[in-house]
Design a protein around this ligand. Sequence first.
Ligand SMILES: Nc1nc2c(ncn2[C@@H]2O[C@H](COP(=O)(O)OP(=O)(O)OP(=O)(O)O)[C@@H](O)[C@H]2O)c(=O)[nH]1
Ligand SMILES: [Mg+2]
Length: 240
Amino acid sequence: MSQGIVIIPTYNEIENIESIVRAVFALSTPFHVLIVDDNSPDGTAQKVVELQREFPERLHLENRAKKSGLGTAYVHGFKWALQNNFDYIFEMDADFSHNPKDLERLHEACVNGADMAIGSRYVTGVNVVNWPLNRVLMSYFASVYVDFIMGMKIHDATAGFVCYKRNVLETINLDKIKFIGYAFQIEMKYRTFVNKLKIVEVPIIFTDRTKGQSKMSNAIIKEAIFGVITLRLKKIFNTL
Ligand SMILES: Nc1nc2c(ncn2[C@@H]2O[C@H](COP(=O)(O)OP(=O)(O)OP(=O)(O)O)[C@@H](O)[C@H]2O)c(=O)[nH]1
Ligand SMILES: [Mg+2]
């Protein structure tokens, strides 16, 4: 049987970790979960170790020494998932912005022919709950900007709720991925697009986190703005 694994990067998610893990394991599809924790000072990883006693087969933990960004945490998780022979590999946040129930809809899209299924906020209008207007606008226009520079027609280019079929991650040189924030999400989609793989957007409702701290920063926004141009130039000069 083909197996799916949900990768959840964490930094100081003690208020969310137990409920998010339980929410995934409550689904009828028996997904595995891989937590990639960056030595969170609040004890997130210790909580995962505790939960592993209850879910010894399906809950996995990778510890990294220090906070190194969401992008590299995912790259670490992707390599782990490929090595451990998973067929469907998911990205999901720990903070319940992504509804774990939607994992099954993303999975279904990939089982039915998509190589990459994106949980998208902007396919049918704007499906974002409780975000300040400036964040909604920035996030919405990020995709317009991505289309303008890269010619990639994806409604939600910075989405971080994704299902990949393993072939997508096998065809991307993961060692080249260095971005840490939204630029990472755009880069993964761009490389999938450039490789002419099938990308499908599945409409989801995104809700702002209610517990724990956001790790968004101006540096992440800057990285995205210049990152898109860098990726486009690399493609033009054949060094992507
Ligand atoms: N391992 C690891 N995880 C991280 C790092 N930065 C963020 N994360 C995790 O990545 C996920 C998304 O981070 P958020 O802070 O929610 O970022 P965001 O969703 O863009 O921002 P908000 O909407 O404000 O919550 C969460 O599960 C975080 O715990 C990091 O440096 N290392
Ligand atoms: Mg979040």
